[in-house]
Design a binder for this molecule. Sequence first.
Ligand SMILES: NC(=O)c1ccc[n+]([C@@H]2O[C@H](COP(=O)([O-])OP(=O)(O)OC[C@H]3O[C@@H](n4cnc5c(N)ncnc54)[C@H](OP(=O)(O)O)[C@@H]3O)[C@@H](O)[C@H]2O)c1
Length: 287
Amino acid sequence: MKTVLQNKVAVITGGSRGLGYAIAETYVRAGAKVVIASRSARSVDEAVKKLQHNGAQAAGLACDVGDLAQVEALAELAIRTFGRIDIWVNNAGISAPYGPTAHVPSADFLNVVNTNIVGTYNGSVVALRHFLAQKSGKLINLLGRGDTGAVPMQNAYSSSKAWVRNFTQTLAQEYKGRGVDIFGFNPGLVRTEMLSNVQAVNGYEGRLNPLRYVAMLWGNEADVPAEHALWLASPATDGRNGLMSTVLTKRLMFSRLVTLPFQKLFSRSVQPLDLTVTSVESAYSGD
Ligand SMILES: NC(=O)c1ccc[n+]([C@@H]2O[C@H](COP(=O)([O-])OP(=O)(O)OC[C@H]3O[C@@H](n4cnc5c(N)ncnc54)[C@H](OP(=O)(O)O)[C@@H]3O)[C@@H](O)[C@H]2O)c1
């Protein structure tokens, strides 16, 4: 059994499902104690029970990362339960309905800002105030599509991830040489609810059809990026403050494209993504 995180305590936001839960599972298998959070108390309870059922030391809290007081309460729970925090993963993230910016309902756009931007800010400052005092700790901020450039029809999400990237790089420069490692992590396409259960502004639903095939080609189950997140949290990355790590490199994309026909021959698991698109009313009544 791998024990690279033996006696480490990790906080993972958005840990009730999807990639966050896979990271929590992977970390406990590597010996860590984990504290997870998401907005739904029921989902958190179920996820904690599932982790504990498998023998893990786990705790959780219903917490909206957009609220600083709730994020502080999450850190306090980790300290109260396990005595310290060594790793903090700002994983909680959402996307807005697919469509042009003025057509997207403002409340949906601002929810993305609140979770992806304000939430990452809150988690980062709360974690860093612990890490700087103890002169150690790893902060991992989730990047995503658009973190290095514009993505039309996904402005809220892509701009939020570009912000996370810039914010994380700035933190890494500010706290260089202070014993903390601050990383950005782009997990690539992950077959989670975020990818398979999406919303689109009325009239733009059909444009999401290619996603079924894009996800078939380049998507991973969550355990693949979770292993990468384990490497980031492990001593292997000690001193690599400022690292921006990506699962889906151009080389990997190319090799998947080339090997797909062979994979299809030998594996039935290579199927188009089972995609559900829900329509939302456009916020703009023109074209
Ligand atoms: N899936 C992909 O292809 C992909 C690609 C690149 C990057 N990412 C990034 O990876 C991260 C995880 O994505 P995922 O695919 O695992 O998404 P997911 O399956 O939709 O899970 C999102 C998690 O975040 C929680 N959450 C959402 N808003 C929250 C808030 N305001 N406060 C606290 N928790 C909140 C959700 O629980 P509640 O709803 O109960 O709050 C859930 O546990 C995100 O940052 C995403 O941007 C994903």
